[in-house]
Design a protein around this ligand. Structure first.
Ligand code: F6P
Length: 340
């Protein structure tokens, strides 16, 4: 009997997505080899659920030829979007505004026609809200948690996070030597949205003098005092890591309006904000700012994330298999026990 799984990736990309896809496919092929009368086929929807919603549909078969060696590649071979929420689908209007339409029933009908035995949605909090909504409408969903921000509940460690921390730490190390040579204060801004995980890990790994995270609003006067004390001691330089979502005690986060059709504001630029605040508060040092941005999400995943992502892929298939044998469906957000 032929069994069919659909895989998709949604939201911002994260190094390791391709390793999850490949692991699902490899595990499915193994199951086809060892199980009597079970032939598992894996398909991918291009650009999250858009591949199913689009006419003509963009759903491709993930053969061994398609997935060979992809675990080394960053990004996602299935492409992704953060403007494809089927519950709040954005339609640009002629007057430049966006009209949001609930297309979940249309999606459910299309998915039912495609008749998949399980659908594996690899994504962050937004994507898993979609998984839950579809599950509640009778679609057999499995959620694989994903984000470089490492901020998902029920999941201890997400793949891509360690790669982002490594990239940030490598950049931080470079900034330290130039800060020291020029007696400067270097501010390095990292991603993470509302969570300070990337900033904190980078600051510890790199040995930052100051680390600012969204969870603890900062006091600008304390920072100036700290920097001044270092300069008085004669060291004459300081390296600061700041998370993009950090904010001062008296102030708000630094954000700009999101892209058309996106449900979120864009973070970024807090490094420049902090630089100005420090100068205004009397910081004696010369200051430079670096905003790392999307380099943190690009390139090849480090070995740890390839392994973690592969484990998530295998586990996701096993859940599909388990569900296949059960009478009723579960939505399962996978938590990896080995990381506890
Ligand atoms: O959630 C992952 C993340 O990289 C955040 O750290 C960052 O704020 C956001 O995505 C950037 O989103 P975009 O790629 O849409 O600019």
């Amino acid at each position: 009997m032929t069994k069919r799984i659909l895989v998709l990736t949604g939201g911002g990309d994260s190094p390791g997505l391709n390793a999850v896809i490949r692991a699902i496919c490899k595990r499915a092929r193994k199951q086809s080899r060892v199980a009597k009368n079970e032939d598992w086929e894996v398909y991918g929807s291009i650009e999250a659920f858009n591949g199913v919603l689009n006419e003509p549909q963009e759903v491709i078969k993930l053969t061994s030829k398609v997935t060979a060696g992809i675990h080394v590649k960053g990004g996602t071979i299935l492409k992704t979007t953060n403007k494809g929420n089927p519950i709040k689908f954005p339609y640009p209007q002629p007057n430049g505004t966006i009209r949001f339409v609930d297309r979940s029933d249309e999606l459910v009908n299309k998915l039912k026609l495609l008749n998949f035995d399980a659908i594996i949605n690899i994504g962050g909090d937004g994507s898993q809200k979609i998984s839950k909504a579809l599950f509640d409408k009778g679609i057999p969903m499995i959620g694989v948690p994903k984000t470089i921000d490492n901020d998902l509940s029920a999941t201890d460690l997400t793949f891509g996070f360690q790669t982002a921390v490594q990239i940030a730490t490598d950049s931080f190390d470079k900034l330290v030597t130039t800060a020291e040579s020029h007696h400067r204060v270097m501010i390095m801004e990292v991603m993470g949205r509302d969570a300070g995980w990337i900033a904190l890990h980078t600051a510890i790994a790199g040995g930052a003098e100051i680390c600012l995270i969204p969870e603890i609003p900062y006091d600008i006067n304390k920072l100036v005092k700290r920097i001044s004390t270092r300069y008085k001691k004669g060291r004459g330089f300081a390296n600061i890591v700041i998370a993009e979502g950090a904010k001062p005690k008296a102030g708000t986060i630094t954000s700009s309006i999101g892209d058309k059709g996106s449900e979120h504001v864009r973070l970024g630029g807090v490094a420049y904000q902090l630089s100005k605040q420090l100068k205004d508060a009397g910081c004696p040092a010369e200051i430079r700012e670096t905003v790392l941005g999307h380099v943190q999400r690009g390139g090849t995943p480090i070995a740890f994330d390839r392994v973690l992502a592969s484990l998530f892929g295998v586990k996701a298939f096993d859940l599909a298999l388990e569900k296949n044998l059960a009478v009723w469906w579960h939505l399962k957000i996978i938590t990896l026990l080995m990381c506890r």
